[in-house]
Design a protein around this ligand. Structure first.
Ligand code: GAP
Length: 454
């Protein structure tokens, strides 16, 4: 929320990300490359935290899901079988007047290249072509030949790498349905209209899990995964009032889906898909079995054979990244001073604690602060900051969402205690220096709820 009480805007998030080094426009010194971004230090830390928490919930803490890391460039026959070559396209229109291209089904979100900018088709001089299908896969060539025989694609989803490994994994993982295969990795889509910062980009990191179940159990597991994934997003600290589930209509569903629900987040651009949970039936395994000639089925010990059905929760780190920042962003006036604070759940905060010597040139304070920093950094991402006034240092940490700051001051020299300042409540208490490590370990395990919850 802004200091005027208005909901946060995407511009405020972009500006904070730039100012504090979370995210930069990519290739900036060459004028950028539309809707492509590079991540700075805090962006990397936040992405790492999201990825690790997903892997922990989906693999580490479960007996029924194993990991996989498949290649980005697969045999092109994979995309033939999956239906992506024929059907992974969006309808596109060109405007002969402004020379830009738009998604025909999202003209109300497009912005014309002329000034003042208009919605495409809004004025009589907009001259739009008939819609035609535009395939979203990026093409490349494998090896030195540039002809059709060498044509390949950058994967537009990680899911297909999982299906084509079903046989390998089910034979070796000693799991029987219901069991899942989880994968995190880059996916690429030549989106016609990327935009809204990281929300729709052409290169993004997907976290997908394919859960293989006996056909009769598909509906039950579909409901289970919607609830489980919703609970996980809440566990990251996202506020309840900003999350909802929306079931797709039959017209909206992808070619493979017999049921899809979006977990939506209330972004500054409105309710939008954060994560999709799809009931893919036996579509993928059947397609790959037909096209490859390899049987992709499960045989029970009693000899019963079946093609498992698949429930798929799929999300990108980018969509979670933006949702977390929007949810956490808060501007307020404290005393006479304005501050911007990211009220992130401590477990996703890029930096868990700051160690601040009040007077850096005081040798006693500097030494103690450094010793504490060295002790804490072995277990957590912490930051030592000795530049500038203490108030400015606190505000810098507030803006990157650091939940606690330990300040070494005059009293530390007298009684070996430090101040711990809480980012959200701004309360301060004193702790023995020797107990800081245990205190921080403990604090990171505590339940946390956004102070901004309604
Ligand atoms: N395997 C199924 C699949 O890929 P999807 O709904 O197209 O389904 C799954 O994508 C998730 O990937 C979405 O819910 C969203 O979180 C993320 N995603 C898709 N396209 C994206 C893009 N262009 N930029 C960022 N994230 C994207």
């Amino acid at each position: 929320m802004s200091k005027t009480g208005q909901p946060v805007t995407m511009d405020a998030i972009v500006s904070l990300c730039r100012r504090r080094g979370f995210v930069f426009p990519s290739s900036e010194i060459y004028g950028g490359l539309g809707s492509t971004y590079d991540y700075g230090h805090y962006g990397v830390l936040l992405k790492n935290a999201i990825r690790e928490l997903w892997l922990r919930a989906m693999v580490q803490e479960r007996d029924d899901i194993v990991g996989l890391d498949s290649a980005v460039i697969l045999n092109p026959a994979v995309w033939e079988a999956s239906g992506h070559i024929a059907g992974f396209s969006d309808p596109l229109v060109d405007c002969r007047t402004c020379k830009l291209r738009f998604r025909a089904d999202q003209l109300d979100q497009g912005s014309c290249g002329r000034k003042p900018s208009k919605r495409p088709g809004e004025t009589p001089d907009c001259d739009l072509t008939e819609p035609r299908q535009f395939n979203l896969m990026f093409e490349t060539h494998v090896g030195p030949l540039q002809d059709a025989s060498a044509r390949a694609f950058l994967r537009p989803e990680t899911a297909q790498g999982i299906f084509i490994n079903f046989k390998n994994v089910s034979q070796l993982a000693r799991r029987k349905p219901p069991f899942g295969i989880a994968q995190v990795g880059k996916s690429f889509r030549n989106e016609i209209t990327p935009g809204n910062f990281l929300f729709r980009v052409r290169e993004f990191e997907q976290m997908e899990m394919e859960y293989f179940v006996p056909p009769a159990e598909a509906a039950t597991w579909y409901a289970y995964w919607i609830e489980t994934r919703l609970a996980w997003h809440r566990s990251l600290g996202l506020r309840d009032e900003n999350l909802r589930v929306r079931e797709h209509t039959a017209e909206e569903r992808s070619h493979y889906s017999s049921g899809t629900s979006d977990i939506e987040y209330l972004y500054p651009i409105g309710w939008q898909e954060l994560e999709g949970v799809a009931n893919r039936g036996d579509y993928d395994l059947t397609q790959h079995a037909e096209h490859s000639g390899t049987k992709l089925e499960w045989i029970d010990p009693d000899g019963t054979r079946y093609v498992p059905h698949v429930i798929e929760p799929a999300v990108s780190i980018e969509r979670i990244f933006v949702a977390l920042l929007c949810d956490a962003y808060h501007e307020e006036v404290v005393g006479e001073r304005e501050r911007t604070v990211l009220r992130l759940h401590p477990k996703v905060a890029p930096v868990k604690a700051a160690i601040l010597p009040l007077i850096p040139r005081d040798e006693g304070m500097a030494t103690r602060a450094h010793t504490l920093f060295e002790e804490l950094r072995r277990r957590h991402v912490v930051e030592h900051d000795d530049s500038g006034q203490i108030g400015r240092r606190y505000r810098r940490q507030d803006e990157i969402g650091t939940p606690w700051a330990f300040t070494v001051d005059e009293q530390t020299l007298a009684d070996e205690t430090v101040t711990v300042r809480d980012r959200d409540s701004l309360e301060q208490e004193r702790l023995p220096l020797s107990g800081v490590r245990a205190w921080l370990d403990d604090a990171l395990e505590r339940d946390w709820r956004s102070p901004q919850s309604g």
